[in-house]
Design a protein around this ligand. Structure first.
Ligand SMILES: [Zn+2]
Length: 461
């Protein structure tokens, strides 16, 4: 039998232990955005060809949202949505030359104010704070001078993690990878991992690649770096294989990052989000090696959330959007969600996943808008202009697809199904207008020098 003194001692020890737990470090947060990574490229999302062992292992320890959508298919606008939970129509950044207003509260501002050490590594010049203004309170920043690929991004990230292992302050880190963006980065064996053995992608003077060149976005067709990248290649399937190889290459480096978190003892105290800002069209709808259009290849993105002590090997099939990330992360940390947020906390879907939902979609340059539900996709053309010769926009045109019967979106049923068209149009309007009218988020323009730099890179016309 325990003596009274022993019982007292145990009681005090238990109270002290509970107090120590309450005073433990808050959760660290890492958001990884793999620029231009399609949602259907991951093994854990059903891809049988592309090898993504690290991301599949991550999904096995996390919650995998299999029907996650971006709200816009361009880099700066999409990241602005991730870090503000606003639709582009609210933050008004519709291109990579756009800059959000300083009046808008960004994720890093909230995290810094709540006591987190804020850090980021970005790998496109338009994401630098002086341009996009989406990093308004990042204390430790690896800016983009030249685009780094994963092998040059990871050393900075791993060094950062090693230092955080010794720090008493929680950290909030955004890691931006660009390996899946053109030019697809698949070094060494990764270049031919998904290409027939022994086949020569440079055979002959012209081939399938030259046949589709005229369908490339106009800013790519004559772009020197784009031409240099594809010089001598004649087989378009080789370029598609490069994209797949770049996914496995990225997977390798995300795996190294997770290994380091585990080695440094940070894994059990870090909330990790893996997603993408948008996907990529690899020839679907005659949109080649570009993320134009609002079709599935460009709007469906991966979304895996690892919550220490949270559910593992869990799949959520309901539709979710990138605007949901900020509310979801802040809720997990016990922080207040800003009243302007368009998104919602999607964590309750783990328990109540009915496979429903709807996501509001927009396009660069306000060219298109739309909505996706589990069954249908509605697209509305807002302009006549298009920089994709294979996909011409007609102002006022509406498209409607049955994603269950026609997942490739090949048969526009807008004329055949007027009732569904009307319902989808009404739902699109409701989502568009539900919030944000009270929001005054004016965008600012980048300076002339920046605009000229972007033009030289082929990003503006
Ligand atoms: Zn992007």
């Amino acid at each position: 039998m325990r003596s009274r003194l022993q019982t007292m001692f145990l009681l005090v020890a238990t109270v002290l232990s509970a107090t120590a737990q309450a005073g433990e470090k808050k959760l660290n947060v890492i958001i990884i955005t793999a620029d231009t990574l399609r949602g259907d490229m991951l093994g854990c999302n059903g891809n049988k060809e592309v090898k993504t062992p690290a991301l599949d292992a991550l999904a096995a320890e996390s919650v995998n949202f299999t029907h996650a959508y971006t709200n816009i298919t361009t880099t700066t606008p999409s990241h602005a949505t991730i870090f503000t939970s606003l639709y582009p129509r609210d933050h008004k950044a519709y291109s990579n030359t756009a800059r959000i207003s300083s009046k808008i509260r960004t994720m890093d501002e909230i995290m810094k104010a709540a006591g987190w050490h804020t850090a980021a590594i970005v790998n496109m010049p338009w994401l630098n704070p002086e341009m996009s203004n989406i990093l308004q309170a990042t204390e430790e920043l690896a800016r983009c001078k030249h685009v780094r690929k994963a092998e040059k991004t990871n050393p900075w990230v791993l060094d950062f993690l090693d230092r955080q292992g010794k720090s008493s302050k929680p950290f909030y880190l955004w890691v931006h990878y660009t390996d899946n963006h053109t030019p697809y980065h698949a070094p060494g064996k990764y270049a031919t991992m998904y290409y027939p053995k022994g086949k020569d992608p440079r055979a002959g003077k012209s081939g399938s690649l030259q046949k589709v060149w005229k369908w490339f976005p106009v800013h790519h067709q004559n772009e020197p770096s784009f031409k240099r990248w594809l010089k001598g290649i004649t087989d378009v399937q080789y370029v598609i294989a490069l994209n797949k190889g770049s996914v496995s290459w990225l997977d390798l480096h995300v795996g190294k990052l997770i290994q380091r978190l585990k080695r440094d003892g940070l894994w059990d105290n870090t909330l990790l989000v893996f997603t993408a800002d948008h996907g990529e069209s690899l020839g679907e709808h005659k949109i080649w090696f570009s993320h134009s259009g609002l079709y599935q290849p460009t709007v469906h993105v991966p979304l895996i959330i690892h919550m220490p002590g949270g559910p593992a090997h869990k799949t959520v099939n309901s539709l979710v959007q990138l605007a949901d990330l900020m509310p979801t992360i802040l809720s997990r940390l016990g922080l207040k969600i800003p009243s302007h947020a368009r998104g919602r906390d999607i964590w309750p879907l783990i328990e109540s996943d009915a496979g429903g939902g709807a996501v509001f979609l927009e396009h660069a340059g306000r060219q298109l808008t739309g909505i996706v539900t589990p069954r249908y996709k509605y697209i509305k053309h807002l302009k006549n202009k298009s920089y994709n010769p294979g996909y011409i926009l007609h102002k006022g045109k509406e498209e409607l697809y049955d994603l269950q019967k026609d997942p490739g979106e090949q048969h526009d049923i807008s004329s055949a199904k007027p009732k569904i068209l009307k319902e989808m149009r009404a739902m699109w309007k409701r989502l568009r207008d539900r919030r944000g009218k009270d929001f005054k988020g004016a965008s600012a323009k980048v300076d002339d020098q920046t605009e000229e730099m972007l033009r030289s890179l082929g990003y503006t016309q």
